[in-house]
Every structure is written in C-alpha cells, then in structure tokens.
Design a protein around this ligand. Sequence first.
Ligand code: OSB
Ligand code: MG
Length: 391
Amino acid sequence: MLRLDKIVLREISLPLKEPFRISSGVETVRRILLLEIFDHDGAHVWAECVAGAFPNYTSETIDTAWLALREWLAPRLLGHTVDHAADVHARLATNIRGHAMAKAALEMGAWALEAVQLGRPLSRHLGGDRTGLRSAVPTGISLGLQTTPHALVERAQAAVAAGYQKVKLKIEPGRDVAFVEAVRAAVGPDIELMADANAAYTLEDPAHHAALQALDAFDLLMLEQPLGADDLLALATLQAELKTSLCLDESITDRSRAKAMLALQSGRIINIKPGRVGGFTESLAIHDLCAAAVPRVPVWCGGMLESGIGRAYNVALASLPNFSLPGDLSPSARYWARDVVTPAWTMNADGLVPVPTTAPGLGVEIDRDFIDSITTRLEVVSKRCSGVAVA
Ligand code: OSB
Ligand code: MG
C-alpha cells in the first residue's frame, strides 16, 4: 500500500563528456529532473524524469514536467492511499492528457517504492511471475551525429573494441548513406549495426525516400523511426518496401499505438522507453503484447541519456524476457565524468550490464553530496503546502 506524503522536485546540471547530436537537436549539459518520493511509512526512493531541455524529441520539457508534477500529478497521489503501484498509471492518466514523461517519473518511483516496501529488487518486482528474467542485460551504444564518416568510423570501432553488442548510428538527410556505408565497411558484416533518424525523413521528398531505400543494402539490424512519429501509415508503406525491419521509438506513446503498429505493420520491433509511454505499467503491457504477437515482436530498452538513477529503472525493465535485443544502456563512463550513484554502472567486455538482484529497490546508492553540489533548483511538494527553495 502506498500513501505519499512528500515529493521533492530537483533539477541538477550534469555535463556530458561530449555533446550528443541527433537530427532534431544537440545536448551538451543535461538538465535533469530528479524526484525524491516519500511514503508516510518512512520508505523513500529517488526517480528521474527523462524530459529534455527543449521539445525536439517529444513535446515535453523539464519545465513542462515540473509544472505538471507540481500542479496536477503530485496532488493525485499525495495524501491518498493507493493499493498497488500498478494502479498509479490509471490514477495519473484519468482526465490528464499527455505529459507522459512527468507521469512516468512518478509512476516508476511508485513501483520502486513498492519494491522497497516488499524488500525486493526492482527488476524482480517488475518481472513478477514471468520466467526468463535475466541477471545481466546485453548493451549497445548510441553514437550521435558526426561531421565526417571518418569520425563516426573511429567511434564505432572503439565501441566494438569495448564489447558493445550493438552499434546505433544517428542519421539525418545528408548524413546517412555514406556514413552507414563507411561504418559497415570498417566493422565488417558480423557486427550488429542499426541507424536512428529520429523522425527526420518524409516519403514526400524523393531524395529522402531514395536514401532510406539505399540503407537497405547494409544489413542493418533495424532502422529506427525513419518517418514522423504520427505517420503510422507512411511507416507501413516504407516497411513494405524494405527488407530491413523498422523499429518505432517516438511513434509508440502507449499500448494502443503498439497495437496499431502491429495491425498496420508499420514496424517489426519496438524501442520501449518507459518515460515515453508513461511508465512501467504501459511498458509491461507493450512488452507482453509484443511477446504474444505472431510472429513475436522483439523489444529493447531505449535510453534518454539518463543519469545513474534513471538507468537503474531501465536496467530493471530490460531484464524482462522479451527485451531480447541489446538496449541503449551504456555504462556511466560513456556519458559522465562522475555519475550520481555508487557504484557507477559498468559493462563487461562481453557488453553485459549486471542487473542488481539482491538489494531491495534500485540496487545502487545515491550520492546525495554530489547531487546537492550540482542542484540548481529545488521544490518541496507536500499535501498541505508547497514551497520553493533555490540552491
Ligand atoms: O532516439 O533513442 C533516441 C537520446 C535522446 C533522445 C532520443 C534518443 C536518444 C538516444 C540516446 O539514442 C541513447 C542513450 O541514452 O544512450
Ligand atoms: Mg530513437
């Protein structure tokens, strides 16, 4: 049983080791929204909201999420009793449209809080009675757009040497075929390679269409979100033309979109980011729907350049059995000089990230002193009052 009595919203500023550029924008210093969630029984957890600083990936931002959490979402839980974390999604979704990342931060925190109360690791709490839960998850790397094919080849070769089981290349019109071709030639035919366009192409432009067809020659594991998020029909047209499987990311905002993808054959793989679909309840529904589809639809866990806190949630989810392709779950050192958790997330030479399976909850310690030192904004939201403090 959950009854929250306080939620602390906090923004931290965490510089990436190198800027991460996708077709729709670039991130240099991550502005990350962290939540500390307190139950009236004394249990408490940290959670992370994955919204970015600018609405290029989805319409949400860290500032819209902050507003939604304080004004509409936190009041749905504070002081109320909820029997199960699995009930939180419906409680937050009723008559509040959108704001999936804001909802997800709170909903996933509720799952972690429940795991703490039950003394279970989050991964095992999420897995429930499913069989085939893993204790290490295969990991890929997502490489941002580079200025030359040569620069991308260097990064891809380093990733292969480090043991990553999949290499994802960001593409955009004008930085696509030559870049993918150069990397495929450099790493050879046996490396799992994929490309992610972040919705940058349209079939209405013949040059875009030709580039997407040309990518079919490089034996890609999948092509992620080539067309607009809402255009499931055009994605179905493209999927019918290509032998490469399409993977949908931005398009899948909840389980109904996953059902539409299956019915329309708009893609054959789903990148599940729990933040994008409103949390774990929707993620589990999509996971189970895809596992039961004929033929089975593999899913994998995407990333949003999370700190070590958000990563704990993603790693737990990725331990479920139908997460059968490597996720964007790189270790802490790929992103940060110093992470906000201890131990930092690591990957072994076989490209596996261990899943915490003994400690209750997230399975990592939170470095509160470091977090305090990089906090730029803090607000306490409680049942009776809310107050602002600036660090
Ligand atoms: O499309 O998967 C994406 C990062 C920010 C926004 C969108 C995406 C990404 C990534 C990063 O690819 C993956 C990671 O966290 O390593
Ligand atoms: Mg993507």
